[in-house]
Write a protein that binds this ligand. Structure first.
Ligand SMILES: NC(=O)c1ccc[n+]([C@@H]2O[C@H](COP(=O)([O-])OP(=O)(O)OC[C@H]3O[C@@H](n4cnc5c(N)ncnc54)[C@H](OP(=O)(O)O)[C@@H]3O)[C@@H](O)[C@H]2O)c1
Length: 329
């Protein structure tokens, strides 16, 4: 495989994927609308085709123009997107759909590709644009991948858990990096042992390439850090990279109520652990970056950026009320 088409490619996962593909000798074309700045604008190794992926004719024209061997679909949020792409690119050597760990329909530890059921998706959910139906829509996209493989298309799905790293526009990890950077005492909901599996973005990019090259048609592959960190451990990793220390102050629902905060208000906090099994992907020869190294790159990028996670709840003032109550106990 020599020619890769990345649908998306200018923002976060797709951007790292373009770097990964270039490093591995691919000729890369990106396909997007042009509403985000193109970081590869001055790189003559990366061709760009402008278009909206929800317009099938535009995608068909891109297929003819780029003649890709491998297609990486970073912008498929609706089952119909995957259905159209698996038809348009049916003769390619590989079609890889960026699905999500949210596609699973049952809470269990860990969630396994071939044992944990996927979420159902009703016809109404399939066209709904709310966050509540994101997982069901991704699950239905996976089923479209499996159906295409039945027809002979070499299509695969990759399911990342929460992705973090340089250029992460969601600012979820930035919230916690900013807290550790600015304050000696950081409030953590629960008892600090909460786990929400994360995937370092460069490892998601390498997973996508490896699945295109070595994956089996009709299969799905989870991707997430091989070594997981609890929320408290995550703060320790961040503090190490900032060359500082952090006092973690754990607070349960009753303590948090003093600041009108609920545990679920916090990003990267989830009551029931979300853990993806990654053995199937590792079986293809994929490896993940050691978490301290991944954190070093993430913290370094945070410090150079203007991201501070302040769009996320709760604000520090509310937390100060919680700390005030805890100090009187
Ligand atoms: N971040 C996570 O934690 C996480 C976890 C699991 C799965 N995922 C999945 O990862 C994928 C997103 O990755 P990303 O944002 O990092 O991808 P990306 O490829 O880096 O960025 C999104 C790209 O899509 C383009 N785009 C958006 N709408 C488009 C459209 N209608 N037609 C053509 N291009 C369009 C954007 O450019 P223009 O706006 O210029 O068109 C941009 O280049 C999604 O499928 C998401 O469900 C993410």
């Amino acid at each position: 495989m020599d020619d890769a088409l990345v649908i998306g490619g200018t923002r976060f996962i797709g951007r790292h994927l373009v770097d990964e593909l270039l490093e591995h000798g691919y000729d890369v074309t990106i396909f997007n609308r042009g509403s985000h700045e193109n970081p590869f604008a001055d790189d003559d190794r990366v061709r760009r085709i402008e278009g909206d992926r929800t317009n099938d004719s535009a995608l068909e024209a891109a297929a003819i123009e780029a003649e890709p061997d491998a297609v990486f679909d970073c912008v498929a949020y609706y089952p119909k997107d995957v259905q159209a792409a698996t038809r348009i690119f049916e003769n390619c050597e590989a079609y890889v759909f960026v699905s999500s760990g949210a596609a699973y329909g049952r809470e269990e530890i860990p969630k396994r590709e071939d044992a944990t059921p996927l979420a159902d998706c009703s016809p109404e959910q399939a066209v709904d644009d709310s966050g509540a139906t994101y997982g069901p829509r991704k699950a239905e996209g996976d089923r479209a991948v499996f159906a295409a493989a039945e027809r002979g298309v070499r299509s695969m799905a990759v399911r990342p858990c929460i992705v973090y790293g340089p250029h992460d526009y969601t600012e979820r990890l930035d919230f916690w990096i900013d807290r550790v950077n600015r304050f000696d005492r950081v409030v953590v909901p629960g008892d600090g042992t909460n786990v929400w599996h994360r995937a370092y973005v460069e490892d998601v990019a390498s997973a996508l390439r490896i699945v295109a090259e070595r994956g089996e048609a009709g299969e799905a592959y989870n991707v997430g850090d091989r070594r997981l960190a609890t929320l408290e451990e995550t703060l320790g990793l961040i503090a190490d990279q900032l060359d500082t220390t952090v006092e973690v102050v754990t607070a349960g629902p009753r303590e948090l109520a003093a600041g009108d905060i609920e545990p679920a208000d916090y990003v990267l906090y989830r009551e029931y652990p979300h853990v993806l099994a990654t053995g199937k992907l590792a079986g293809l020869g994929w490896e993940s970056t050691p978490i301290d190294e991944a954190m070093a790159r993430s913290v370094g990028d945070h410090l150079e950026s203007d991201r501070d996670g302040s769009e996320h709840e709760p604000d520090r003032e509310s937390e100060e009320r919680v700390l005030g109550i805890l100090d009187t106990l």
